[in-house]
Design a protein around this ligand. Structure first.
Ligand code: 13P
Length: 251
């Protein structure tokens, strides 16, 4: 069975106290949700322990936005999977386009990180997506296929049960320019086909594939109505509990 998920990527926003207040508001509103949507929030590292505490007993899951590519030791500034689990995380986002673009994260590096995350017991939300130049050159299918293959084809069908894919076209992130439901659906269906060709139909059918990029309550309904769109990875709109849960209500 494919899970429906709405995940909030807070990026580098909020102070700890603002984050705790936001998490509490999300937890409270999520309690009234009964459409089967899983809710996840991904605050900055500094917030994780306090937000985990604030989410205790709620149905909201906690995610990190990244993890280290080593298990421990002399890696200044990095945070290891074990530390994230200990802080209360069940998930980590990996391969966000902002990490690929600004911090040189490669598919190769992502293979190591996904492996460490899964070994350490975290679920992974793996982001893929083309930039504007690639879209305008008509290369979006090839780019997304390569990102999917380069990372996920190193894992087993069993591993895939703990992985969620987020398709986030870079030109739609934070721009207010959402992919149309048709544009998003054709890529989601394509990702599912790429998975089916390698892992078989069952794995592909069970895979949760989220859409991300200027998703908000007003456009979520049409996006989530598509056959291959199983929810969203939300940036800006996840910073307001009403908007975030408003998106989750769109199923
Ligand atoms: P926005 O919803 O702000 O466009 O961000 C999407 C995103 O990058 C989520 O990871």
């Amino acid at each position: 069975m494919r899970k429906k998920i709405v995940a909030g990527n807070w990026k580098m926003n909020t102070t700890v106290s603002e984050g705790v207040a936001l998490a509490k508001a999300v937890a409270e509103k999520a309690a009234g949700l009964n459409n089967g949507a899983g809710i996840i929030v991904a605050p900055p590292f500094t917030h994780l322990v306090s937000v985990a505490e604030a989410l205790k007993g709620s149905k909201v899951g906690l995610s990190a936005q990244n993890c280290a590519d080593h298990t421990k030791g002399a890696y200044t500034g990095e945070v290891a999977v074990d530390m994230l689990v200990d802080a209360g995380c069940a998930w980590t986002i990996l391969g966000h386009s902002e990490r690929r673009q600004y911090y040189g994260e490669t598919d190769e590096k992502l293979v190591e990180k996904v492996r460490l995350a899964l070994d350490g017991g975290l679920g992974v939300i793996l982001c893929v997506g083309e930039n504007l130049d690639e879209r305008e050159a008509g290369r979006h299918f090839d780019v997304v296929k390569a990102q999917t293959e380069n990372v996920l084809f190193n894992f087993s069908a069993e591993d895939m049960k703990k992985i969620v894919i987020a398709y986030e076209p870079v030109w739609a992130i934070g721009t207010g320019k959402t992919a149309t439901a048709e544009q998003a659906e054709e890529i989601h269906a394509y990702i599912r086909k790429v998975l089916a060709d390698h892992f078989g139909k069952k794995v592909a059918e069970d895979m949760t594939i989220l859409y991300g990029g200027s998703c908000k309550p007003s456009n979520a309904k049409e996006l989530f109505a598509q056959k291959d769109i199983d929810g969203g990875l939300i940036g800006g709109a996840s910073l307001k509990a009403d908007d975030f849960i408003g998106i989750a209500l769109a199923f």
